[in-house]
Design a protein around this ligand. Structure first.
Ligand SMILES: *Cc1c(COP(=O)(O)O)cnc(C)c1O
Length: 363
């Protein structure tokens, strides 16, 4: 069986040593020493400041909105976001009572198209929530300009963008906040987990209280909060995996380049922003029609190979969202995109097997 992804597991003995430490301290959660160590090491590795680790990537989004003063109020609040993403980008907004207004993606980069964003601005829009989809940098400068000109908060969903550099610095330090997911299926993971990188220290401090029931360090409840803390066991997993991250990325890069050379000219690829680096976390391909995609997918499944329709459907088609403008590009890509199996430990023979079946499906 070749799955679409496989969670990376670090050396068992190394993990045991961290767990021994947890046993001897008997400190299991609530901003413990391993969570602090992981925070510091991630800030160094990623080249960012003001990182807050949280329980998962969905809560990272929800807490970021709250820390920036969005949601939870009485007046109608809306945010412009992309219909081409994982459902959590949109469901997190809905859950916080913020209406997602979808704006179409660029047909090549698959990220929010700033020209469309400007057209969709309306009263009640207080924020932009773009996604660096599959790790590809959004049009940062254009989005920052729109946010500044219209007084909007800018929250990037960076769940796919771990380790990506933009113009020489971290991609993750842009906007008022950028969120990360450390779910088991992501490039870097803590089993379940996530993070928020804030531009401003005050917002980090507010979010730190929000994730602990709204309590201050002296135990006073001065804000509405939730429980979104990362535990010591999650941090232990993260510390082990962070040691191996460069090797993980190298292995992924080899598979990525192999797919790329074998499929070049036969399918369409995402156009990568020329100012950003790749982290090789996904290998999405676009077929000429949904019928071809379905044929290739079923040929793969007959051979016990599981590619995934990611992201499908376009989020403006969900029952709980309001259909608004027609997001042609998002619908077009969603119907035709397939993510191919890619994980460290996948052999080049398996890549060959996948691409051979794709050749056959394209005939
Ligand atoms: C995975 C993902 C999330 C949610 O992260 P979890 O840690 O699974 O809650 C949010 N946005 C995007 C784009 C994702 O891929």
């Amino acid at each position: 069986m070749i799955p679409v992804t496989k969670s990376y597991l670090p050396d068992r003995e190394k993990l045991s040593r961290y767990i021994d430490g947890i046993y001897s301290r008997q400190w299991l959660t609530n901003h413990g020493p391993l969570v602090r160590e992981l925070t510091q090491r991630l800030e160094e590795y990623l080249g960012v400041e003001n990182l807050l680790l949280v329980a998962n990537g969905t809560l990272a989004l929800q807490v970021a909105y709250r820390a920036l003063g969005l949601g939870g109020g009485k007046s109608r609040v809306a945010a412009i976001t992309t219909p081409f993403s994982f459902v959590a980008t949109t469901s997190s907004l809905k859950w916080e009572g913020i209406e997602p207004i979808f704006s179409d993606i660029d047909p090549h980069s698959w990220c929010l198209d700033p020209k469309q964003v400007e057209r969709n601005l309306s009263e009640g829009v207080r924020a932009l929530v773009p996604v660096h989809v599959f790790g590809n940098a959004c049009d940062i400068e254009a989005l920052e300009l729109i946010a500044a000109n219209h007084g909007l908060s800018l929250i990037f969903d960076g769940a796919h963008a771990f380790g990506v550099k933009y113009r020489g610095g971290s991609l993750l330090r842009h906007g008022d906040a950028t969120t990360l997911s450390f779910h088991a299926t992501k490039l870097f993971h803590t089993i379940e987990g996530g993070g928020i990188i804030f531009r401003r220290k005050e917002q980090l401090e507010r979010a730190r209280r929000i994730i602990n029931f709204g309590m201050s360090t002296i135990g006073e409840i001065d804000d509405l909060g939730i429980n979104a803390k990362m535990s010591e066991f999650q941090a232990a997993m993260g510390l082990c995996i962070l040691d191996d991250i460069d090797e993980i990325m190298e292995k992924r890069a080899e598979i990525w380049h192999n797919y790329h050379s074998k499929l070049n000219g036969l399918v369409k690829f995402q156009l990568i922003n020329e100012n950003c680096t790749k982290n090789y976390s996904y290998f999405p391909v676009v077929f000429e029609s949904e019928a071809v995609l379905l044929r290739v997918k079923s040929f793969l499944e007959e051979q016990d190979i599981y590619a995934r329709r990611y992201f499908y459907p376009s989020l403006d088609e969900l029952a709980y969202t309001t259909p608004c403008v027609i997001n042609e590009n998002s619908k077009f890509i969603s119907k035709r995109v397939l993510c191919l199996p890619l994980y460290p430990g996948m052999s080049i023979e398996d890549v060959q097997k996948v691409t051979d079946i794709i050749y056959w499906g394209l005939e």
